[in-house]
Ligand binder design. Structure first.
Ligand SMILES: [Zn+2]
Length: 319
């Protein structure tokens, strides 16, 4: 998708630094071969978490997967172990040096010693680009596998194939590919340059975000933006513009970021979804965050990126 000149740059999780090497997935026995090769690097996912290390040092024999993130975290990748062949394996791709990466997916493992297990939400903004791609891809794919163990047509079990990029029904042979669910997220700004933010039903007091929602079948992205804003707060919008996108594997989404101009400003809340909504000036938003009365989305998220684009600079606040 071509980017208009004014877009969101440097979104976390959206780096595309990893070569996904999709052409290799159909090779017979690819996972077995890679898990028998000590040069392969394995990402062990344990109930959605992965072990991380400080960025210092480079003694684990990895290829060129880019430096650690600004805060110096990297994934604790390891050589293959015999037990990896029993786990769900996912071929994630290769880096610029041809090092192959495989995720093995398991439940939480009782940890001896002080392994630092973290979720992608916790560390996604602090990993280097290749590591962020590895974790994001592995988590999204693992989340899809976890909910597609049976065939939607006949109910029989499915089994993974193509190095984790396909499930096949053991009864009727139908093929089921990993899904990504598109969601739109939008900064809505009125003619007085105020930003619309809302507190979701069930969120804590003072926690606000821009609006978001899933795209429905038969709907364009622009139509989804307008519908979500109308449904949730009763505001009509125009001039919907794409600004950027971010994979969001919680569990299997991609967030498509837009901005739109409000043509009405009266707020009528959909109470099942929205507890509170407000138009913020920059001074109100920055003051609220500084006084810790207002909580905005974490640095990891495109939601934060949309808010900061409207503010015009990074906002000091939550991590
Ligand atoms: Zn079936």
């Amino acid at each position: 998708m071509g980017r208009p000149p004014e877009t969101l740059a440097n979104l976390s999780l959206a780096g595309a630094a990893l070569d996904r090497a999709a052409h290799r997935r159909r090779a017979a026995g690819l996972l077995e071969a890679l898990l028998g090769d000590p040069a392969t690097r394995v990402l062990q996912l344990e109930a959605g978490s992965a072990e991380v290390l400080d960025g210092a040092g480079d003694d684990d024999g990895r290829g060129g997967r880019g430096g650690p993130g600004d805060d110096g975290l990297r994934l604790a990748l390891r050589r293959p172990l015999p037990a990896d062949r029993e786990a769900l394996g996912l071929f994630l791709g290769e880096d610029g040096d041809g090092t192959a990466y495989v995720a093995v997916v398991g439940d939480a493992v009782d940890s001896e010693g002080a392994r630092d297990l973290r979720t992608l939400r916790q560390v996604g903004a602090d990993l280097g680009h290749v590591d962020a791609d590895l974790f994001t891809t592995a988590l999204g794919l693992a989340n899809w596998h976890a909910t597609h163990t049976h065939c939607p047509r006949c109910g029989a079990p499915t089994r993974p194939e193509q190095a984790g990029w396909l499930r096949v029904c053991t009864e009727d042979g139908t093929e089921h590919y990993p899904r990504t669910d598109p969601a739109v997220i939008m900064s809505v700004v009125d003619d007085d340059d105020r930003l619309l933010m809302a507190r979701g039903a069930g969120w804590g007091e003072g926690r606000f975000s821009v609006l978001a929602g899933f795209v429905e079948p038969g709907e364009s992205l622009e139509a989804a933006v307008a519908r979500e804003v109308r449904e949730e707060v009763g505001v009509e919008v125009a001039d919907v513009r794409f600004l950027g996108d971010q994979p969001w594997p919680f569990p299997t989404s991609i967030m498509l970021g837009f901005t739109a101009r409000a043509v009405t400003t009266e707020l009528t809340l959909q109470r099942s979804e929205i507890a509170e909504a407000r138009w913020f000036t920059r001074a109100e938003l920055l003051g609220g965050v500084a006084r810790r009365e207002l909580g905005i989305s974490p640095r990891l998220s495109i939601s934060r990126g949309l808010v900061e684009r409207w503010v015009g600079h990074p906002v000091e606040g939550p991590p």
